[in-house]
Design a protein. Structure first.
Length: 110
């Protein structure tokens, strides 16, 4: 078993030439998992309205601050502060928002 970039694999040869690479299924799933992206509409809101990405995601999902805060388990006042441009919310809070928005944390970090 060979290892490269933390992925274990086995090379199977045919007629002395590498033909297949076999990887454990958990490594395969990691390889094919798509990178999280940000929808064009969210990016457009950030640029056109000059707002934070946290606010843009909420508006894109058509949630009020009160609804989003409740889903994330935080107060509406806290969400209001997080949505201000230039704020630096804790990673744990961003993780709560990401979960509430059904997105990956990387998609909401500025």
């Amino acid at each position: 078993m060979n290892t490269h970039a933390n992925i274990n694999y086995q090379v199977i040869e045919q007629n002395g030439t590498p033909a297949f690479a076999v990887v454990p299924f958990k490594d395969f799933l990691r390889l094919i998992k798509p990178e999280p992206t940000i929808p064009h509409e969210v990016v457009g809101l950030v640029i056109k309205k000059d707002i934070s990405i946290t606010r843009a995601w909420r508006e894109y999902l058509k949630l009020t601050q009160k609804e989003a805060a409740k889903k994330a388990g935080i107060t509406q006042a806290a969400l209001s502060q997080i949505e201000k441009k230039g704020s630096s919310p804790h990673k744990a809070t961003l993780a709560k928002l990401a979960k509430a928005y059904d997105i990956e944390a990387e998609q909401i970090e500025e």
